[in-house]
Design a protein. Structure first.
Length: 297
């Protein structure tokens, strides 16, 4: 049966006393009395069933058990201290928390972050990704969230970031290997790459381009658009591209546009934030920069 883990304050007292070989110095470091440190060490020794220190007239000396125990305790205390400082230490509360749709971050925001850093070196960002979004509320842990949708979320304000066109894309090699892919009427003979959660998918595009007679069910489904676009670039099939996300992939030659038919999207990426939540001191800086970048597109 495993021995019960001792209380953390006992462990800290042992680690400090072992470093200083003094209960008095350990008490000063931990802001405790010497008697409190001594009492905690006695409690630790009692629970462990072993004596950790030899009490000498002029200080302390570790026993064999104490010497064996100290390296693991010291490493654990150090790791806990480092993790606490990294996550909760001074300056961590100054982080501007931004939760971002993954494909928007990789294809649109990430290439621009270095520009933001150059302009605002004192603004520290914490960026996390989202795949599935609660359409009702934004997490209290985030100052901003970038979502895909129609811009209507209860209790949230939103700024539209993209005005896209929707159109099929595939790799140049896919086009070469499929010379019969000439018009949308040829799509039933090829693999379509679908993305779960997007209202404006293949069925929507086919209906809007007067190809509703084509059944879009064949192919693969993915939970993120970035995965579908990468699979298209790898030559697996055809994905639906959105202008703001595939322009660079088209310019670099990773993707090509096989047909002329394009439709405007009603869905878009939005910057969303709470109507009533207290504003982070750097929130307006990030929002203004982001909207300026959008205006330049």
């Amino acid at each position: 049966m495993k021995k019960r883990l001792p209380p953390l304050n006992w462990i800290r007292s042992f680690e400090a006393a072992a470093r200083h070989l003094s209960f008095t110095h350990a008490a000063l470091e931990l802001n405790l009395t010497q008697a409190a440190v001594s009492q905690q060490i006695k409690g630790l020794e009692s629970q462990l069933g072993a004596v950790l220190f030899k009490r000498l007239p002029r200080g302390l000396e570790l026993t064999n058990a104490g010497s064996a125990y100290l390296p693991a305790v010291h490493e654990s205390v150090e790791r806990l201290s480092i993790a606490t400082e990294e996550i909760f230490g001074q300056g961590r509360t100054d982080l501007l928390n931004v939760k971002v749709n993954l494909v928007f971050f990789l294809k649109w925001l990430a290439p621009k972050i270095s520009n933001f850093r150059a302009l605002h070196p004192n603004v520290n960002l914490q960026i996390t990704s989202n795949i599935w979004t609660d359409d009702k509320e934004s997490s209290a842990d985030n100052d901003f969230e970038i979502r895909y949708g129609k811009g209507k979320w209860q209790s949230l304000k939103s700024d539209r970031l993209t005005w896209d066109e929707l159109f099929p894309v595939c790799s140049p090699d896919f086009m070469k290997k499929n010379p019969s892919l000439l018009t949308p009427d040829d799509l039933p003979n090829h693999t379509l790459l679908h993305v779960i959660g997007y209202e404006e998918g293949w069925g929507h595009w086919l209906n809007q381009t007067n190809h509703e007679h084509i059944k879009p069910s064949q192919g693969f489904q993915f939970d993120t658009l970035v995965t579908a676009l990468e699979m298209a670039a790898q030559g697996v099939g055809l994905a639906l591209g959105r202008t703001s996300l595939v322009d660079d992939m088209i310019k670099s030659g990773r993707l090509v546009v096989p047909f002329d038919q394009k439709i405007a999207t009603d869905e878009a990426f939005y910057l969303v934030y709470a109507r009533t939540q207290a504003r982070h001191p750097h929130a307006d800086i990030f929002r203004s920069w982001l909207l300026e970048e959008v205006a330049q597109q």
